[in-house]
Design a binder for this molecule. Structure first.
Ligand code: NAD
Length: 338
């Protein structure tokens, strides 16, 4: 059993912690919290050990009678691997501490590639992560792009890919973020950082991305225009994408014409927190003009990276060297592909 610590119990951290609890080959040794809020209380009620993120914060928990098991450093002593889910750029500041405890560490997409020196997506480069000390699981948008581009490149061959990203302005709980009434070019210049980030995982893909931020919290949407190496049909694209459990095709004919309906579906099938680990592709958005194809896909930003973190743990600890087997176990535990 590999002992996993989660540093930063926010949007990504609480989902990764819950996913670790569902694995038969991992144990969650604990999570860190900066403050004794309802998330800390709920973690304790679930039986998760909560550690204060630093010594000076223990008193905040003491003041409200919340029992912490120690500090981050106490937690790190108990673990084989730490999944860093602290906010963007904070993860990098913890690397020296992880090194001090000779811990393997997973960073998230908010950190620069160089922090880990290796950017991960399970289906694309699991084998290259085997035995590594540091791995960065790429961001939600990059994960979504990697999944569909890998499938199409492997199955048909990509000559070049162009993508417009319509990004959600904030996660549902982020009350101070926006925009509230604007479409923001993010950035105005081309490319957005997503294209170069995809190339950290898939260096051979010629990709350019343009990104906007809009007032919604549910999901991101990507519009892809791809020139393939040969002519294809819509049927072949559907077949190609359908072979991957972490890609889910939905149909406008069944009532899926927006991100809201995808979220409603996730709620109807009982997904916890309405999480959608799969990249969602609209079947009817797939259009072939021979070599040039179009498709539109949606990314649930809060959860798409969760299975990737679980697979990264298995690869780094050498629990399983076969990517398919690790992904199968992760998918089964999270209900992916059902
Ligand atoms: P978040 O703000 O929801 O959660 C971060 C947690 O870390 C919070 O609980 C916060 O209190 C805690 N924290 C803050 N400073 C800390 C410190 N010094 N030590 C320990 N904990 C600290 O952030 P998030 O959205 O979960 O993002 C985490 C990482 O995941 C970032 O790199 C982000 O870019 C990446 N990511 C986020 C999303 C998303 O849509 N939310 C998607 C993919 C990747």
């Amino acid at each position: 059993m590999v002992r996993v610590a989660v540093n930063g119990y926010g949007t990504i951290g609480k989902r990764v912690a819950d996913a670790v609890l569902k694995q038969n080959d991992m144990v969650l040794v604990g999570v860190t919290k900066t403050k004794p809020n309802f998330e800390a209380r709920l973690a304790l009620e679930k039986g998760i050990k909560v550690y204060a993120s630093s010594v000076d914060r223990i008193k905040l928990f003491d003041e409200v009678g919340m029992k912490v098991a120690g500090t981050l450093e106490d937690l790190l002593k108990e673990a084989d691997v730490v999944v860093d889910c602290t906010p963007s750029k904070v993860g990098a500041t913890y690397k020296p501490l992880y090194e001090k405890y000779k811990l393997k560490a997973i960073f998230q997409g908010g950190e620069k590639h160089d922090v880990a020196g290796f950017s991960f997506n399970a289906v694309c480069n699991y084998r290259e992560a085997i035995g590594r000390y540091f791995v960065r699981v790429v961001s939600c948008n990059t994960t979504g792009l990697c999944r569909s581009l890998y499938a199409l490149d492997r199955g048909i061959g990509i000559r070049k890919a162009r993508a417009v990203l319509i990004r959600r302005g904030a996660d549902p709980a982020e009350i101070m973020k926006g925009p509230i009434n604007s479409i923001v070019l993010d950035p105005v210049t081309i490319p957005s950082h997503h294209g170069p980030d995809v190339q950290k995982v898939l260096p051979n893909i010629d990709i350019t991305t343009i990104a906007f931020v809009v007032p919604t919290t549910l999901m991101h949407v990507h519009i892809l225009t791809i020139e393939l190496q040969r002519e294809t049909t819509e049927y072949e694209i559907i077949d190609t994408l359908s072979a991957y459990p972490r890609i889910k095709l939905v149909s406008a004919s069944e009532g899926f014409s927006s991100t809201s309906e995808i979220i409603e579906y996730a709620r109807d099938i009982g997904r916890v927190r309405y999480d959608i680990y799969e990249l969602v592709v609209w079947r009817e958005s797939i259009k072939s003009f021979g070599r040039e194809i179009y498709l539109t896909q949606a990314v649930h930003q809060e959860s798409i990276v969760v299975p990737e973190n679980i697979d990264a743990i298995r690869a780094m600890i050498r629990l399983i060297e076969d990517p398919e087997e690790s992904m199968r176990l992760t998918n089964e535990s999270l209900g992916i592909g059902r």
